[in-house]
Write a protein that binds this ligand. Structure first.
Ligand code: NDP
Length: 552
């Protein structure tokens, strides 16, 4: 899109437009008074700090440094000097003093306004030129920082993750749902069953078939380090609708969908074997492929670690993107289908829809539908941009999500629900508050990343960074650094609260999820600190709380 815009513009326009796009982040704040939110006593100190920081930032990309060094050094250009640290709003403003060419570039003219309007196109993506971090050699450097306890931690995780899924599902069964010393069932048929294997593999094949259908939008992903942008087919919502129709058809035709419940443990086994096999194949594929396709975080050279974290960033077979496919379809829609099996079973048994179970199934269905409706939003998440596709994500997507996230609904189906209506009403409010925060913040960031010039976001304050991207510091993203995680945790809690207080096991999900998101926030913060340097520090100074306002 950006190329089309540039082609149609005259050369001068092109130069201006490129400058506006790549330097809009370097414009002075139109609201100087709002710039510092720190206490006045520390203002001068923080200014001198931000000055030295901004120099540090400007050092990394040579072009950025060349264009801005002199204003940064002169007193009159002080707004530009702190540009990488200064919150700005919406559109770029013209600086008071700059070189002639610079002034021409940032002074609103009819021509530049026309080009800027083009940038408001919803398809607009940040120009590749705005990403100086791209490595022209395209080689992915060796990973030096290891997460999850390195190779030893990864080795243990290969066992801990499946054991957790089995353990919780064996402990919380029809007879009882209490933490207890587990007796491993001796009936091997419980653990493996050819029919369960056929159901699981048939489900994956069915989802793959839908993914290949030429329906749904084609969306470009974020630029890779090579500058290339992969194209993704976003038809996840259709996949959910088709799956729902198939489920309805199966129930109508009398297919015993309760088999999924009966063969639950055997389904977990097939999913686990499938995940191991797929991860091995992915690792082999990554080893045979070019270095440029590797994940920056999964290229240590240690087989175990790279296998677990994911060696290749975006493994594909032709245009079939394996990570994108697994992230939201078989597991997430599978979770919804499993919930519907429980609901159908409850209805067939009692002739009614039990209120708490129905409510939790509805909330989780909303969560899944939301993820699929906004499917392209996943293209800006860590899972797609940073993490490779290895056992961690494969198992997470294909086993952990479908067979653990339904623990609450399974408990409610097997043990009934007993909460009074007013408790359910409170839980429903909590879920909707969580959803509002979750959806509001995710949409705000996604819209902003898609089109930083979106007029609807022009009221938001931002901090420019040396990469050309900006960081939101007001709206949802001024409340805390991960408002989306906060909303997600509130929803997770509400689903478990619906299970009452007779047993702690259905609370596994919000507890684990909080730990996951706290850790994920730290990982993301580390990535962002490396990427945005002083601007990230400035953001953290400005937005103090990480996930929960006033608490954490
Ligand atoms: P985010 O959606 O928060 O994405 C992180 C990226 O957003 C950062 O790397 C940065 O990338 C950008 N960013 C961070 N702060 C700002 C800011 N102030 N302004 C603009 N951009 C910013 O995280 P995740 O990808 O981890 O999660 C996405 C959603 O998925 C969340 O709602 C989360 O709760 C949910 N989730 C659900 C899971 C589940 O199992 N149910 C598991 C994990 C996540 P850049 O600047 O490069 O754009």
């Amino acid at each position: 899109m950006i190329k089309e815009v540039l082609h149609s513009a005259s050369q001068e326009e092109e130069r201006i437009f490129r400058f506006v796009c790549t330097n809009s982040t370097r414009m002075p704040s139109p609201r100087k008074g709002k710039r510092s939110t720190s206490k006045s006593s520390s203002r001068s100190r923080s200014r001198s700090r931000s000055r030295s920081r901004s120099r540090k930032v400007l050092k990394s990309p040579p072009t950025a440094e060349r264009k801005t060094r002199s204003p940064a050094r002169t007193k009159t250009a002080s707004p530009a000097r702190s540009k990488a640290d200064t919150p700005t709003r919406g559109k770029p403003q013209s600086p008071a003093r700059r070189g002639r060419s610079v002034e021409r570039a940032v002074t609103p003219t009819r021509r530049s306004a026309r080009l800027e309007n083009k940038a408001k196109d919803p398809e607009f993506k940040e120009p590749l030129e705005a990403l100086p971090s791209m490595d022209k050699s395209k080689r992915v450097p060796k990973t030096t920082h290891r997460e999850f306890g390195g190779a030893i931690g990864s080795f243990f995780m290969l066992f801990v993750l499946p054991i957790t899924v089995y353990g919780l599902n064996i402990m919380c069964d029809k007879k009882s749902c209490k933490p207890r010393k587990m007796k491993i069932p001796t009936d091997l048929k419980l653990f493996f069953d050819w029919e369960a294997a056929a159901i699981y593999l048939g489900w994956i094949a069915f989802q793959a078939f839908i993914y290949l259908l030429p329906i749904g939008r084609l969306v470009k992903g974020q630029p890779l380090r090579s500058g290339e942008r992969l194209v993704y087919r976003c038809n996840g919502f259709y996949a959910m609708l088709i799956s729902l129709a198939a489920f309805g058809g199966a129930v109508y035709l009398g297919y015993p969908v309760k088999k999924v419940h009966e063969k639950f443990i055997a389904l977990i086994t097939t999913g686990t074997i499938f995940s191991f096999v797929m991860s091995v194949l992915l690792y082999i594929k990554a080893r045979r492929g070019p270095n440029s396709k590797l994940a920056p975080g999964g290229n240590t050279g240690n087989v175990l670690y790279d296998f677990f974290i994911g060696h290749e960033l975006n493994p594909r077979i032709g245009s079939f993107d394996l990570k994108f496919f697994c992230e939201l379809r078989p597991g997430l829609i599978g979770w919804l289908m499993i919930n519907l099996v429980f609901l159908t079973e409850a209805y067939q048994k009692t002739g009614t829809f039990p209120p708490a179970l129905t409510m939790v199934v509805a909330f989780q269905a909303l969560y899944v539908a939301d993820a699929l409706w906004f499917e392209d939003a996943i293209l800006t998440t860590m899972d797609i941009i940073t993490d490779g596709f290895g056992f961690m994500l494969v198992f997470g997507d294909l086993v952990w999500v479908p067979f653990l996230y339904c623990l609450q609904t399974r408990f409610l189906q097997e043990h009934g629900d007993s909460l009074p209506w007013y408790c359910l009403a409170g839980i429903a409010i909590l879920n909707m508050v969580g959803y509002t925060i979750f959806r509001g913040s995710n949409s705000q960031k996604n819209e902003f990343r898609k089109n930083p010039y979106n007029p609807e976001l022009a009221h938001l304050e931002t901090i420019p960074t040396s990469t050309g991207k900006k960081l939101l510091v007001s709206g949802w993203w001024g409340m805390c650094r991960k408002p989306n995680y906060f909303g997600d945790i509130l929803m997770a809690l509400s689903w478990s609260l619906a299970c009452g207080s007779s047993t702690p096991l259905p609370y596994f999900y919000p507890v684990y999820f909080t730990i996951l998101l706290v850790h994920r926030e730290m990982r993301d913060s580390e990535h962002c600190a490396k990427k945005y340097k002083a601007s990230w520090d400035r953001y953290c100074e400005r937005v103090k709380y990480r996930i929960c306002p006033l608490v954490y």
